[in-house]
Ligand binder design. Structure first.
Ligand SMILES: [Fe+2]
Length: 558
């Protein structure tokens, strides 16, 4: 049975394909259309499908539209109609939204060139999030917490998963949305609404004491409960004025950073940690299992994730590599698979490497059409490691592209973590981004515990979702990847999940004694590169020293 999953309701448009319960492909539309997040999250565009992502999924599996048995869409318009309240936001926007959602089935049929009838299924957004975390976790049963901007109407939901069944047990409706709060403050701080990761980076430089009182009037946390005050989330005309009254004027895009901005971000992070922990304690009481799964965009907050892990409330914690909306295409397909087929879907399969890959012939053709000359390496991992150790910035393009917002060693830029100056060099030569944003380390799994305070191991350690402390005795050895507070957003790299990347770090370790490299996504202010041509374009316009694709490599001089 072939189930195509689609997410296009808000942002991170994506498609995924399940064949007999096995995940064979998943990709975000932004990687093809080169628009960050695929599209703006507007009331009038949920019918804009991730067309190229859908085509990619079919092509990868060698299927035609006729072979699709079911289509799963990660939003339920009926549920939205039932639960929406007109005092939340302008009902005219809501009508436009429903008009467009009503066009989704037709748009899908047009794209696939066939009618779907009963084969099209709307799946509740948070149920799709929950399934996207639970089935890949491999747990037999788990408490599942989803925290995002908004599903149909919920900003957070608690679910209980056992066997093939995922059941929602409680929801926190709008305005109780931590995701929206981060969008609003990211905008207030002069970033795009989607740049929560920048706000999180800025928070490390602030003092949460300064604005703690102000945040207490917006977000209320108790031991097992949280709530957000109405009127701050940008949906009502006076919400901007309310923010200005509490925090002063917003920072303009490109404006100077003042200590106040970092203090606001720090207080937001502190309030978020408290609210997330309240939900964790609540779900532990309601679903007293050993296992917790997290989903929703807020599960990309590695500081809050680390707090959950360290709390020990649950023995085991799993977060998928794409906990944000992109992952709901996988989750919706999993829910429909369970409903239509008695056989359970594949469990415990959580690889992020689900996107396009390219043959050596594709790579050579792209190099030739760019008019460049590449060299062949007998050991790309060894040669790339040597260049990194010599202080070069190396682009590493291998195998299937990652699904989810992090580059995890297949579309990555790599550098030497021993050199404190690498941070500035990467920012100035390639990434063209704010100075305060930290870079992440990738460490060989065998050495992770000697370098970072990983704590209880989780399969999600491999997805760069936690921020453990760097061991005090190692701090001086990897200055390029340490945050101001002594933590680092680590990716643990195992040979089993990514043998080529593991081999590269092994060579770096053999050459330097350090089993760690700097890993940042292979892009320059745009979506992560997808094709060899994307890679060459970014390589040529930036200060990257060498580009490895398969066993071919280009250097800045070539
Ligand atoms: Fe979501």
């Amino acid at each position: 049975m072939n189930v195509l999953g689609i997410n296009s309701v808000y942002h991170e448009s994506s498609a995924a394909l399940l064949i007999d319960g096995k995940l064979v492909a998943a990709v975000e539309e932004e990687r093809f259309n080169r628009i960050k997040h695929g599209k703006e999250a507007n009331f009038d565009n949920p019918h804009q499908l991730p067309e190229r992502a859908i085509r990619f999924c079919l092509k990868t599996a060698g299927l035609t539209p006729r072979d699709i048995h079911h289509v799963a869409f990660s939003f339920d318009p009926k549920r939205r109609r039932k639960q929406y309240r007109p005092d939340w936001w302008d009902p005219r926007f809501e009508e436009t939204f429903h008009l467009r959602i009503g066009q989704v089935v037709g748009a899908t049929e047009e794209l696939l060139g066939r009618s779907l009838g009963q084969r099209f299924h709307f799946v509740s957004h948070h149920l799709a999030h929950a399934a996207s975390a639970y089935f890949p976790s491999g747990f037999d049963r788990a408490a599942v917490l989803t925290i995002d901007g908004i599903g149909e109407t919920a900003g957070a939901s608690l679910a209980k998963a056992e066997g093939q069944r995922v059941k929602e047990i409680e929801i926190f409706d709008y305005p109780h949305s931590m995701g929206f709060l981060w969008e609003v403050f990211s905008g207030y701080l002069g970033f795009s609404h989607y740049d929560a990761s920048k706000t999180m980076g800025l928070a490390a430089y602030g003092n949460p004491d300064v604005f703690r009182g102000q945040f207490q009037s917006i977000i209320r946390s108790e031991r097992e409960n949280f709530g957000i005050a109405q009127g701050f989330l940008g949906m009502t005309p006076d919400s901007h004025d309310k923010l200005v009254a509490l925090f002063g004027p917003p920072r303009d895009e490109g404006g100077e950073f003042q200590p106040r901005h970092a203090d606001i971000a720090a207080a937001l992070q502190e309030a978020t940690d408290a609210a997330v922990m309240a939900l964790v304690r609540r779900i532990k009481r309601l679903v007293p299992f050993d296992n917790l799964c997290l989903a929703g965009g807020v599960a990309l907050n590695c500081v809050a994730n680390e707090a959950i892990k360290k709390s020990g409330e649950f023995a085991n914690l799993f977060i998928p590599p794409a906990p944000h909306d992109a992952g709901t295409s996988i989750g919706a397909a999993l829910i429909v698979h369970c409903a239509k087929q008695k056989k359970p879907p594949q469990r415990g399969y959580s690889t992020p490497y689900l996107g396009p890959s390219f043959t050596r012939r594709d790579v050579l053709a792209a190099i030739k059409s760019a008019g460049l000359k590449a060299r062949r390496s007998k050991s790309p991992a060894r040669d790339a490691a040597k260049m990194i150790a010599d202080g070069k910035i190396v682009a590493w393009f291998q195998g299937r592209m990652e699904f989810g917002p992090r580059a995890l060693g297949n579309r990555s830029l790599l550098a030497d973590p021993r050199r404190p100056e690498m941070r500035d060099i990467l920012n100035q030569k390639v990434k063209h981004r704010e100075d305060f944003r930290p870079f992440a380390p990738s460490v060989m799994a065998e050495h992770a515990d000697q370098w970072f305070e990983i704590g209880a191991h989780s399969a999600s350690d491999e997805f760069m979702l936690f921020a453990p402390r760097v061991k005090p005795e190692q701090r001086d050895r990897i200055p390029a990847v340490i945050h101001k507070d002594g933590t680092a957003r680590v990716q643990v790299v195992s040979r089993a999940l990514n043998p080529r990347f593991h081999e590269l770090i092994s060579h770096f370790h053999a050459q330097t004694g350090v089993p760690v490299v700097v890993n940042t996504s292979f892009n320059d202010s745009e979506p992560i590169v997808c094709t060899p041509t994307d890679a060459i374009v970014t390589f040529r316009k930036s200060g990257i020293d060498a580009l490895f694709m398969d066993d071919m490599y280009l250097t800045a001089e070539s």
